[in-house]
Design a protein around this ligand. Structure first.
Ligand SMILES: C[S@@+](CC[C@H](N)C(=O)[O-])C[C@H]1O[C@@H](n2cnc3c(N)ncnc32)[C@H](O)[C@@H]1O
Length: 258
């Protein structure tokens, strides 16, 4: 891992890069979770609000609070106009600014691997959910090759360029997620693998979107034009035509005791 942190500063770029992937995975996740209507939700690491929007559209929440450390992401989420039940605030999964037992469900969508201490994050979610409520998450299976822009990362590796990694890629493994939920004291744990696809118009469309990835942007700016051209060609050789790409995530849900 190189010493650069991955930062999500710009909600509009994130939306182009991940919005469609995020909604595809989120829709599958909600079909599986089947939450009843009228719940108070906390969306931890809500980002640009892609998953928050699905909850509002599909789950008739009593309320939804999205928290994220990135103001750029939160501004995009606020601009969605999701309605009075949805609010977005600066916040950190490591220390959630809510009292114990204050929501029905806490969810972390594509966030666990970015948490500085995933067990602390899951334990915080368990603390603020009422007894009988649930704590759930889904995260790209990064170590299993499930990240949506895996081909670009493979091309970088083939050329010996290092890209920054999220702090805890292992938090996307199904076994590790089970351990986190167990150690946080959650019960009735259920798990599922999510598989999604996204169609790009052609390779150039894929490339234009993929270079918005904060993991890649940290490195691409330093490449000489010939290195960049070679990276593009190497990536092209790893991407199918037509450009329909698959990604996979692991999902988990558990109940708070009581
Ligand atoms: C891959 S995005 C996921 C966004 C959104 N949940 C979705 O499904 O599209 C990861 C988000 O986690 C946020 N994040 C990073 N560290 C965090 C932390 N300690 N607490 C809460 N969110 C964090 C980032 O700012 C970013 O918006």
């Amino acid at each position: 891992m190189v010493g650069t942190q991955i930062r999500f500063g710009d909600g509009a770029s994130y939306e182009l890069l991940m919005g469609e992937w995020s909604r595809n995975a989120g829709a599958d996740f909600l079909d599986w979770l089947k939450p009843p209507p009228g719940l108070a939700w906390l969306d931890v690491g809500c980002g640009s609000g892609a998953f928050s929007g699905l909850v509002v559209e599909r789950c008739a929440p009593l309320s939804l609070l999205g928290i994220d450390p990135s103001e750029g992401q939160l501004n995009f989420a606020r601009g969605r106009g999701l309605g009075p039940e949805a609010t977005f605030k600066t916040g950190d999964a490591m220390q959630i600014d809510l009292p114990d037992n204050s929501v029905d469900v806490a969810i972390a969508a594509l966030v666990l691997h970015f948490m500085p201490e995933p067990l602390r994050g899951v334990s915080e979610m368990a603390r603020i959910v009422r007894p009988g409520g649930f704590v759930a998450a889904y995260t790209w299976d990064i170590e299993g090759g499930g990240f949506p822009y895996e081909a670009m990362h493979r091309a970088m590796l083939a050329m010996d360029f290092e890209t920054p990694s999220p702090p805890h890629p292992e938090a996307g493994n199904a076994d590790e997620m089970h351990r986190l939920w167990t150690d946080a004291g959650l019960e009735n744990i259920r798990q599922r693998q999510i598989s999604v696809s996204r169609t790009f118009r052609d390779f150039d469309h894929y490339w234009q979107v993929g270079v918005l990835s904060p993991r890649l942007a940290a490195v691409l700016g330093d490449l000489a034009p010939d290195q960049l051209a070679l990276l593009k060609d190497t990536t092209r050789s790893l991407v199918p035509e037509p450009v329909v790409l698959r990604a996979s995530a692991n999902a988990i849900s558990g109940r708070v005791r009581g």
